[in-house]
Write a new protein. Structure first.
Length: 712
């Protein structure tokens, strides 16, 4: 059967959506889809590809494990692929999986029987005993041991390669640095899950709130961010935990000491082996001889998880016999012998108080529900986005409604439905306003578009958001200006555009609340210095929809100036969509932005104020001279440099084609060391890695090559 054109388009759209979501989740650590939504889209694509195999492509998310590893740490290959697990969501999914195992082990290929043949399908041997384990909501790790000593720790990454984060993992108390074995093998790999206990998560968020820092969304995100910290001391302070669940041993290894356990033959024995080797194993695992016991195990923990001191989002069921596991084998993305059976999202009832319309950086108006606080997945929530006017209409919300709220994937609060049978008399239906709540301009919604927009470039909400983006650390990094000062400047009419920041008068600044002559002078100096920030930062600071820090760097490598990017956006959009990782939505956003008269005026004003709005001659020369010498080279930065901040040094290296890693290894090409360099300097010396001071780095960037590199 041949797929229709609509089915082809849908498969292509699903691949694009899932690839974007995987990139945001795995590489950027910034989820854009709830787990439940991602799983639904993934299953839809799987079904299409199963029905029409010709729709399956090598780049389909169904053919891979996850996203590519980020570049903040060196990447390493896993000795054995670190697969994700196939998900199930209902009792029928468990039954189908168990039935498929029986067919596989009875000589079949695991296909589902034809309708009506279920009863006659082969059930396989009676040894289909399972082991049930809790699905810890954390981050998978692969630990490599050489002669019983921890040699390497890596994240899942894309399943084939992950990020090496050994110094951070060494700080986890439940990860043994040396195994408690008398005759360990030459090598072994242990797989497990690292997690942040609920109590530690609460402590961290309380400390962050006291410091005025943004709170972590949930323990899993906090754990992922902790593992990718460049400073192991931060990791140690956050007190991560680790549960081991799999061990890979050399096939011919046998212990030389009678005190060491023999190689395991079952998953249950593997858990016991790991405990004997010194690992913490989750105590709630169970041996499940029958399918009925597996179903009971899942049901018990769906309720019992609430009493646990850490987050779980399901149970993992594994074929117990390791020889049968090997016989079942794996697909390209997951083992056939295991299933992750997920809990239904936790829900709670609340009362809708109001719906407010928020105006964002791009003018998009988002309805946000505010309701009486409820406890969900360990945190108190009182707000949830309603996304757009279509979703608002679909929910048919009225003020005072009793609503059902849940955290999809235990991360993002969402309103699931209203309960109209409990609706108060004469309750008012909630609708998105026709006028902007911030400036009073008429809101616009283009035909076929989901977003409702305020198109008034002078809207105070858009202006505030654009100013915050421009001065942020990832953009122009202007010191001495925060949200309260920005609000003062806008309220008093002193700033009506980004360009007005650079026309501020020192005396006027000094007269503002919580300012003074010194603060005003420092701010003006910082604003002047920001004119020299590199082109990718300026591009990100402009606040173009879909152009975040990563896309800004990608665009800046191809288009060396705002003028070149404007020409491509308006006249040659295919030059943008041809760039790997950038899609039509980026090209369309850039076209709309550059076609807006107010934005054209802003670029002209910034140029008049002294902004290069592109690569400076120095940056272009460094990029051209250093591109061949630095392309593909890995640098590590340590200590305090005389004139460059660490971020500035990293940007200079990346602009010249190099990469910056967080730890020294045999694959490091250069260590750039400043004052108080610490342990990285000693490790670099022990590995004979070339060491540069700042002057040596600048020589290298200027094209001097290693002859210009000055070792410290």
């Amino acid at each position: 059967m041949t797929p229709s054109s609509d089915q082809r388009r849908r498969a292509e759209e699903l691949r694009r959506l899932l690839q974007q979501a995987a990139h945001a989740y795995y590489v950027l650590d910034a989820p854009v889809l709830e787990d439940a939504v991602y799983d639904q889209l993934f299953r839809e694509l799987e079904a299409l590809e199963r029905a029409f195999p010709e729709l399956r492509s090598l780049d389909s998310p169904t053919q891979r494990v996850g996203g590519a590893p980020a570049e903040s740490f060196p990447t390493v290959a896993h000795r054995v692929p670190l697969f994700s697990l196939k998900n199930g969501f209902h009792r029928a999914d468990l039954e189908d999986w168990h039935e498929r195992l029986g067919r596989l082990l009875s000589g079949g290929r695991g296909e589902r029987p034809a309708p009506g043949d279920r009863a006659s399908a082969p059930q396989g041997p009676s040894s289909l005993a399972l082991v049930g384990e809790l699905k810890i909501d954390g981050n998978a790790l692969a630990l490599s041991y050489a002669n019983g000593v921890l040699a390497r720790a890596a994240t899942r990454g894309d399943g084939e390669r992950g990020e090496e984060i050994t110094p951070n993992v060494r700080t986890i108390q439940t990860v043994p640095l040396r195994l408690t074995l008398e005759s360990p093998p030459d090598w072994l790999e242990v797989r497990g899950e690292t997690l942040l206990p609920n109590a530690t998560f609460a402590r961290l968020n309380a400390e962050r709130e006291a410091r005025g820092e943004p709170l972590f969304a949930n323990p899993r995100n906090a754990c992922a961010g902790t593992l990718r910290q460049l400073d192991p001391k931060v990791v140690a302070d956050r007190q991560l935990a680790f549960f081991a669940y799999t061990v890979h041993l050399p096939p011919d290894w046998r212990p030389r000491s009678a005190r060491d356990p023999a190689p395991p033959r079952t998953q249950w024995e593997a858990l016991e082996w790991l405990k004997a080797a010194g690992f913490q194993v989750n105590p709630n695992a169970a041996l499940l001889p029958t399918l009925a016991e597996a179903e009971a195990f899942f049901a018990a923990w769906e309720e019992g998880r609430k009493a646990l001191p850490y987050a779980t989002d399901g149970v993992v069921l594994k074929l117990n016999d390791l020889a049968l596991q090997a016989e079942c084998g794996s697909t390209e993305t997951h083992p056939r012998w295991a299933l992750a059976l997920k809990y239904a999202p936790e829900e709670a009832s609340s009362r809708l108080l109001r719906v407010v319309a928020q105006v964002g950086l791009t003018g998009k108006v988002t309805p946000v529900a505010e309701f009486e606080p409820v406890l969900l997945a360990g945190t108190t929530v009182s707000r949830a986005t309603l996304h757009n006017a279509d979703r608002l209409a679909e929910l048919d919300l009225h003020l005072g409604d009793t609503i059902v709220v849940r955290k999809a994937g235990e991360i993002i609060p969402q309103v699931v439905r209203a309960q109209p049978q409990l609706r108060p008399l004469a309750a008012v239906r909630v609708e998105l306003p026709e006028m902007c709540p911030e400036c009073g301009s008429a809101l616009v919604r283009e035909e076929g578009e989901a977003a409702t927009l305020c198109v008034n470039s002078s809207c105070p909400a858009i202006l505030l958001a654009s100013l915050r983006r421009w001065v942020s650390k990832g953009a122009l990094d202007v010191e001495g200006i925060g949200s309260s000062l920005i609000e003062q400047l806008v309220e008093k009419g002193l700033v009506r555009s980004i360009a007005d920041l650079y026309r501020l008068d020192g005396a006027v600044l000094a007269s503002l609340e919580r300012m003074g002559e010194k603060s005003a002078a420092n701010l003006l100096d910082s604003l002047e210095a920001s004119k020299r920030q590199p082109w990718p930062r300026q591009l990100y600071g402009l606040g173009v929809h879909h152009v975040g820090e990563v896309n800004a760097k990608t665009l800046a490598k191809t288009f060396a100036s705002a003028a070149a990017l404007r020409h491509a956006a308006l006249a040659e959009p295919e030059a943008i969509t041809a760039i790997f990782s950038l899609g039509a939505e980026v090209s369309q956003s850039l076209r709309q932005w550059f076609a807006t008269p107010a934005n054209q005026r802003l670029l002209e004003e910034l140029a008049t104020l002294g902004f290069a709005l592109g690569q400076t001659e120095e940056e272009e020369a460094a990029s051209n001279a250093g591109s061949s010498a630095l392309a593909g080279k890995t640098f590590v930065l340590t200590g305090t440099l005389p004139t460059l901040s660490r971020r500035q040094a990293q940007e200079r290296i990346e602009a010249a084609g190099g990469k910056v890693s967080g730890s020294v290894s045999g694959k490091t090409h250069y260590l750039v060391a400043g004052e108080e360099a610490g342990g990285k300097l000693e490790k670099a010396r022990s590995l004979a890695v070339p060491i540069l001071d700042e002057a040596g780095l600048l020589d290298l960037l200027a094209g001097g090559g290693e002859r210009g590199a000055r070792a410290t």
